[in-house]
Design a protein around this ligand. Structure first.
Ligand code: GAP
Length: 598
């Protein structure tokens, strides 16, 4: 078996996705639309399996998480409160020559000689442009090339016979100010809001602007109180949601990795503030920064819950075939963290297009971020909506009355300081912030607080791409005549594989084999995604299923019909990954398969 090189590998993956119906370009017949992708028959099954596993693992198999299915368009005030209207921006710049748009922070730094021009004059008409312009050339390239680019720039400004003015040159190191494709100067970076806008109702005015949600999370915060009141949950508990999100990415790239329409799987897990835990239980548990901290405990504060969710999410990825070695981890530094966040760990997957470190090892790209977001989100919605987002905790109220004064004072002070920091950082004027923080600290003593949140936020499409890249393998076989053939085998974990089982009659022209095979197929398809195939030689049928990633294929042969009486009503099962076959009574087939795909 040979492993192809990375870029070639990505090309092969993209081509397989189209050829086998995993992923298609959206609106392909019209030339496509950048940043939008459709899932074909196999991709749709794969995606469904992933979302179903996430949903059941998060909600149905847990006592402490419930689900939500909210609308994509919500009241625009939500995005004001969340900060998206004001700050959800990427720095963007345009090429002064071609107008091509770039994300300023993603431009490869370049070095060379920059040629500056203060302007240009039209040699015939005498018309002058005083627009300054510069061009970066790699070291050693003749200056004539810079002059040619500059001439084009001034021609676009209406000069016919360009005479360049004020030329000078300078060495430049690691600059992100030039178009990597033609060396032309870029505009200054400016913020570009990533939210896609629309209008609600028949009038297209500023009053009717609405946004396609850029994340599913905000609906969970907005509905927090309704869910709490209707679900009989008590803190700590979570609300899970999957669904579409939209971002007008400046440069969509790497196939589906950065798209403009994508799906998220988000959990907001609400916990008591550490001060409440300490008041109730005397202290807050400390856990190591790595490794699973075990079953949740009542004395867990944000740090233990955060670590717990990082590890739970890694277990999820391992459970669908992404081993720890294929993943990377990035713990955000204090400078990277948002002012309200306590910690954030990104789980990365080592994609073929990921950057490499100095040792040549793949570093990985973000699949999911697990953030400890303090009480920021609910506090923001409380301030902007004027509706209380706090909870009343009877246990805290009772415990508080039993604390000694020193402890009360110490916990109150810390809570006051945390609230004051949030309020002042959120722009509340100092006197009001101090007054509100004091009230919040007094509320704590009465058993009231705004819950904190741990947020594991994953992207479905990135995970699908990771699963496809991870599954892709090539097998080369050589026949008796020395002719070799390379085939693709998609080694999906059976839990996520789009098709779980292929069912084949050994021969298509034997009605009794076909009838039996159809009977077996019908008995399985109500329980799992099964695929019936009687076209071509059995080897070709196996190969087709290998390429689709089907983990098991069942063949009905003459022994199934009783040619060897002891094998009556048995079938062969062929394993995708090693080609091994085994024989099984039909009565055991369903249970055998179910045990392996769940
Ligand atoms: N509520 C938090 C939040 O939305 P994020 O890091 O911006 O955090 C979470 O997004 C996840 O959504 C990412 O880890 C990624 O998997 C996915 N995601 C974000 N932008 C994406 C894009 N343009 N295309 C595909 N997936 C994206």
């Amino acid at each position: 078996m040979s492993e192809p090189k990375e870029n070639v590998l990505m090309e092969k993956i993209v081509s397989l996705c189209k050829r086998r119906g995993f992923v298609f370009q959206s609106s392909e017949i019209y030339g496509g639309i950048n940043g939008f992708w459709d899932y074909g028959p196999l991709g749709a099954e794969l995606k469904r399996n992933v979302k179903e596993l996430w949903w059941s693992g998060m909600t149905r198999l847990r006592d402490d998480v419930v689900g939500l299915e909210a609308t994509i368009i919500m009241a625009p005030q939500i995005w004001k409160a969340s900060g998206h209207v004001d700050t959800f921006c990427d720095p963007m710049c345009d090429c002064l020559l071609t107008k091509k748009r770039f994300r300023a922070d993603q431009i490869e730094p370049q070095s060379g000689v920059a040629y500056f021009f203060t302007g240009a004059k039209d040699a015939t008409s005498g018309k002058q442009s005083n627009d300054a312009f510069s061009v970066l050339l790699p070291a050693g390239k003749p200056p004539e090339s810079a002059r040619k680019t500059a001439t084009q720039f001034y021609q676009q400004r209406g000069l016919a016979t360009v005479e360049l003015l004020g030329e000078r040159s300078e060495k430049v190191e690691n600059s992100q100010r030039y178009n990597p494709e033609n060396g032309a100067q870029l505009t200054e970076p400016r913020p570009f809001n990533l939210m896609l806008q629309t209008f609600v109702g028949p009038i297209q005015s500023d009053d009717n602007v609405a946004y396609l949600r850029p994340e599913t999370a905000q609906a969970i915060f907005a509905q927090f109180k309704n869910v709490l009141e209707t679900s009989r949950q008590k803190l700590p508990f979570g609300i899970a949601q999957t669904g579409k999100a939209f971002r007008n990415e400046v440069t969509p790239r790497n196939f589906t990795f950065r798209s403009r329409e994508f799906e998220q799987m988000e959990l907001e897990f609400f916990i008591k503030p550490d001060e409440a835990v300490e008041a109730i239980l005397g202290s807050v548990a400390t856990v190591p920064e790595t490794g699973h901290p075990g079953e949740p405990q009542p004395n867990w504060g944000w740090q233990a819950w955060h670590q717990y969710w990082v590890e739970e999410r890694v277990r999820f990825y391992e459970g669908i075939g992404l081993s720890r070695e294929t993943l990377g981890f990035h713990r955000q530094s204090a400078e990277e963290l948002a002012h309200y966040a306590r910690a954030c760990v990104d789980i990365l997957y080592k994609f073929p297009f990921s950057k490499r470190n100095e040792q040549g090892e793949l570093l990985g790209e973000e699949l999911e971020g697990i953030a400890a977001r303090s009480d920021f989100d609910l506090s923001q919605h409380e301030r902007f909506s004027g509706k209380t987002m706090g909870v009343f905790d009877e246990e805290l109220r009772t415990a508080w009355s039993k604390l000694n004064d020193v402890k009360k004072q110490s916990i109150s002070e810390r809570y006051y300081q945390a609230r004051l920091k949030y309020l002042t950082k959120s722009g509340v004027e100092t006197a009001k912030a101090e007054k509100d923080a004091k009230e919040d600290a007094e509320g704590l003593a009465k058993g009231q607080y705004i819950p904190h949140v741990i947020e594991p936020s994953a992207g479905v499409d990135r995970l699908i791409l990771a699963l496809i890249a991870n599954a892709y393998s090539e097998v080369t076989t050589t026949d008796d005549k020395g002719k070799s053939e390379t085939r693709v085998v998609m080694k999906f974990h059976p839990r996520v594989a789009p098709i779980k089982v292929g069912v084949f009659p050994l021969l298509k022209n034997k009605p009794e084999l076909v009838a039996k095979a159809k009977e077996v197929f019908t008995s399985l398809r109500g329980h799992m995604m099964a695929f019936y195939d009687d076209a071509g030689a059995i080897g070709r049928r196996y190969a087709r299923q290998d390429e689709a990633g089907t983990p098991f294929c069942v063949t009905i042969d003459f022994d199934t019909l009783g040619e060897k009486p002891e094998l009556l009503n048995t079938v062969t099962i062929r394993h995708r990954d090693d080609g091994k076959q085994e024989r099984l009574p039909l009565t055991e087939l369903l249970g055998w398969l179910q045990a392996r795909i769940r």
